[in-house]
Design a binder for this molecule. Structure first.
Ligand code: SAM
Length: 246
């Protein structure tokens, strides 16, 4: 298994609490709605964690592969699947940047709140891997925090809302603000990309029908498809959304 600088193995219980909040259940419902799982889908959940998406999607598809760098997250997901009587989830301990999955082995790739733990070049690697494992016509639905610490109105509003929410928690909130400020200043903060960066990264990887939907607070969902293949001069090639037809 690859190294895990964020020590996710130690954060299973804390994350499970976050993932069971009303906000995350609403995110899950919207991602599942956009993914529109089908009975013949071969689905992959990238950074599956304790299974927020996997457990909702697996009962509606042929098979789901839950990928995560943390073995303890996957163990917890497995326990929950057994408890729910779900038997079509494969657990895969792996790094999103190097997916040990066959080319074109998936028809649907989903992800929630995992990509902001990768820097932008790692996100691009993971998206290239996503495209490689998706069959032509396959769908991608990725939810993540999508914003940056900029002076853009949406970014300013999101940061201000976070600061106010933390201040309302009293001294503990002030400590969190200071701790986050230190993490930002020392480059150890999470690395969300903006909706515009997501659009650009997906288009650059050759996805089509790229669309970003803003959700509550900092969350947003990227939806895209891997283009279908067309026959061209005796061999198949991808139809690129950006191609001029040649
Ligand atoms: C914030 S949790 C989200 C979990 C789950 N998707 C959910 O919505 O509840 C992020 C997950 O991404 C996983 N993760 C982070 N970096 C990863 C990487 N490079 N490769 C694979 N998994 C990774 C972590 O182990 C963790 O389980």
């Amino acid at each position: 298994m690859s190294e895990d600088p964020y020590r996710w193995d130690e954060r299973v219980e804390a994350w499970e609490e976050v993932a069971s909040s009303a906000a995350f259940l609403a995110i899950r419902d919207r991602v599942v709605e956009l993914a529109a799982p089908r009975a013949d889908d071969l689905a992959v959940d990238l950074g599956a964690g304790t299974g927020l998406l996997s457990l909702a999607i697996a009962p509606r598809v042929r098979k789901l592969t839950a990928v995560d760098i943390s073995e303890r997250m996957l163990e917890r997901l497995d326990d929950a699947a057994v408890a729910d009587g779900i038997h079509n989830i494969d657990l895969l301990g792996a790094d999103l940047r190097r997916l040990p999955l066959e080319d074109e082995s998936a028809t649907l790739v989903v992800s929630n709140y995992a990509f902001h733990h990768l820097d932008d070049s790692s996100k691009e690697l993971a998206l290239a891997e996503t495209r490689r494992i998706l069959r032509p016509g396959g769908r991608l639905v990725i939810c993540d925090m999508m914003f940056s610490l900029s002076l853009e109105p949406r970014d300013r509003r999101l940061v201000a809302e976070k600061v106010v929410a933390l201040l309302k928690r009293g001294p503990a909130g002030v400590v969190r603000i200071l701790r986050n400020a230190v993490r930002v200043l020392t480059g150890r903060w999470e690395q969300p990309a903006t909706p515009q960066t997501w659009e650009r990264m997906l288009a650059a990887r050759g996805f089509k029908d790229v669309r970003i939907e803003l959700l509550e607070q900092e969350a947003a969902v990227a939806v895209a498809t891997r283009p279908e293949l067309i026959a061209s001069a005796g061999r198949e090639r991808d139809v690129r959304a950006t191609s001029s037809g040649g």
